[in-house]
Design a protein around this ligand. Structure first.
Ligand code: GLN
Length: 532
């Protein structure tokens, strides 16, 4: 069997859960025994998400091979239980860069280089390359934004061409669109969906299925209308209404027959899906009544999507332990600016997490939070920047190194306990130049981190420019810090603090590898300590 394709487009508004829908469709195919992969297309000109502000864009998700990608890849990895490559996130920037480089080399000599066919060919080549290299039975392709966006047009044109080239039985087009409700009458309005379907058709794509996003289950009358205007049978219109947990969405869609519908449209054999383990996970999450209060200290706390994978990792750990993490968001820059009392803000925390980040804003607030956690024996996890600042805090307050800092904030500090990685000193371009992706880490026996993982060699994903300065290790260790794991070339990857219930700093981001049915050992350990 050759590879098949499911294309997912969006209508009316962006941010209505297209990524979750795509991940859910993939999940239902995988539950039927088909291998899947998923591609996110982002029609912006950035080459990758690495240079974008998480405040606008949400978390930058890091893949095993060091891609800095859209957070939808995180949804795909969590729902599908697979690792994706940086190639699974295609942007306009990548496509144009490739075509323009080829043009400068002279590869198109004599030709006029155009959006059709040169840009569209490069888009199709990238999609097919992922399909071929993964050997997936089905490749899902989600096109970011909404139908009608100017920047999305070349991608939709590529989809239109692929549907013809791959043949009618080998592709399915799913359109996810919002059905708003009038507050006055409570009526579900289908006109916006009708318009977005019309727009899609104008581009040359007739959808095979509509997934209608709505607060309440789709009314029969609304379903009938959408089917009529989209030239589809009613069974091809699915209700994606609000549910308590995003992890329920595949089950919600399966109940309505979406899995079988897609499989039949692709000419594949329909098989009974294996949903047991997933249902068990969802049930455990819902049944967990005992709450643990986790304080999340960061500087992008107003856009929760900035820390999406961390939030999900906490949920995975909570489900495994039968507890419900309740998040207390602490905006570190506010602590500084308004001289708030950190003790008051962290009062009643069962655990404190100091979140990843960059730059000076909020740093003093984070340092206060770390000191609070260390001195009050509150379970603590510092992730990436949070770990680096934990080293700064220990240096200042336990090792007596006055003015110790990371050179990211103070290049003239008398004690640069966190400093630029050697190879970073020569780098002058910011895009894609951090230490990125998964590297093996050797854990030391007898440490807490080793006991959490239960093995000596682990691999976690990185995204940083700075690291613990080895010149200070003796003084930090004399003050109670302990190195729990190092990279194969000797960089500090995990730290702990002596005589504390749970004090762990991690240079890599274990949240990226946490899965619903396989929680990250670090988060599991934190929540276990918090629940005690
Ligand atoms: N700013 C720090 C560094 O570049 C930490 C990065 C992060 O938290 N992801 O090393």
């Amino acid at each position: 069997m050759g590879g098949k394709f499911v294309f997912v487009t969006g209508g009316v508004l962006s941010g209505i859960g297209k990524g979750i829908t795509t991940a859910s469709i993939g999940f239902l195919l995988k539950a039927r025994g088909y291998s899947v992969t998923a591609i996110k297309i982002d029609p912006y000109l950035n080459v990758d998400a690495g240079t974008m502000n998480p405040y606008m864009h949400g978390e930058v998700y890091v893949t095993e091979d060091g891609g800095e990608t859209d957070l939808d890849l995180g949804h795909y990895e969590r729902f599908l239980g697979i690792n994706l490559s940086k190639k699974n996130n295609i942007t306009t920037g990548q496509v144009y860069m490739k075509v323009i480089e080829a043009e400068r080399r002279g590869d198109y000599l004599g030709q006029t280089v155009q959006i059709i066919p040169h840009i569209t060919d490069e888009i199709k080549r990238r999609i097919r390359e992922v399909a071929r290299e993964t050997g997936a039975d089905v490749t899902l392709v989600e096109i970011g934004g909404t139908v009608g966006d100017i920047e999305g047009l070349p991608f939709l044109e590529a989809v239109r061409q692929m549907r013809i080239e791959e043949g009618p039985d080998n592709t399915v087009a799913v359109h996810v669109a919002l059905v708003p409700v009038l507050t006055t009458t409570g009526e579900q309005k289908t006109k916006p969906v009708q318009h977005s379907v019309q727009e899609l058709r104008r581009i040359g794509i007739q959808p095979d299925a509509i997934v209608a996003r709505c607060p309440r289950p789709l009314e029969p009358e609304a379903r009938r209308k959408i089917a009529l205007y989209a030239s589809l049978p009613e069974e091809a219109v699915f209700s994606d209404h609000d549910v308590e947990l995003t992890y329920e969405v595949p089950l919600l869609l399966e109940e309505q027959g979406l899995g079988s519908y897609i499989v039949r449209r692709l000419g594949l054999e329909d098989r009974a899906p294996d949903l047991e383990a997933w249902k068990g996970f969802v049930d455990r999450m819902k049944a967990a009544s005992r709450r643990v209060r986790v304080s999340m200290v960061g500087k992008y706390t107003k856009l929760r999507d900035s820390y999406l994978s961390i939030i999900e990792a906490l949920k995975h750990a909570g489900a495994a332990l039968g507890v419900r993490p309740e998040l207390n968001w602490v905006e570190a820059s506010e602590v500084e600016r308004r001289k708030l009392d950190i003790t008051e803000m962290l009062e009643g925390s069962d655990a404190v997490i100091v979140l990843p980040g960059f730059g000076a804003r909020g740093v003093e607030g984070k340092l206060e939070a770390i000191r609070f956690a260390r001195e009050t024996n509150t379970p603590f996890l510092g992730i990436c920047y949070g770990m680096q600042l934990a080293v700064v805090e220990i240096a200042r307050n336990a090792a007596g190194l006055e003015g110790a800092h990371t050179t990211e904030v103070n290049p003239d500090t008398p004690h640069p306990v966190i400093d630029l990685l050697e190879e970073q000193r020569r780098i002058d371009r910011l895009g894609g130049t951090m230490r990125l992706g998964a590297y093996p880490i050797k854990l030391y026996k007898g440490t807490l981190v080793h006991s959490l993982y239960g093995r000596e060699l682990v691999a976690e994903r990185h995204r940083h420019r700075y690291e613990v300065n080895p010149r200070y290790l003796d003084r930090l260790e004399a003050a109670g810090m302990r190195v729990a794991g190092v990279s194969l070339d000797g960089r500090v990857e995990f730290i702990e603090f002596k005589d504390h219930r749970f004090f762990v700093g991690t240079q890599p981001h274990p949240e990226f590898k946490s899965r619903p049915l396989e929680p990250s050992p670090i988060f599991l350990g934190l929540i276990k300590a918090a629940a005690r």
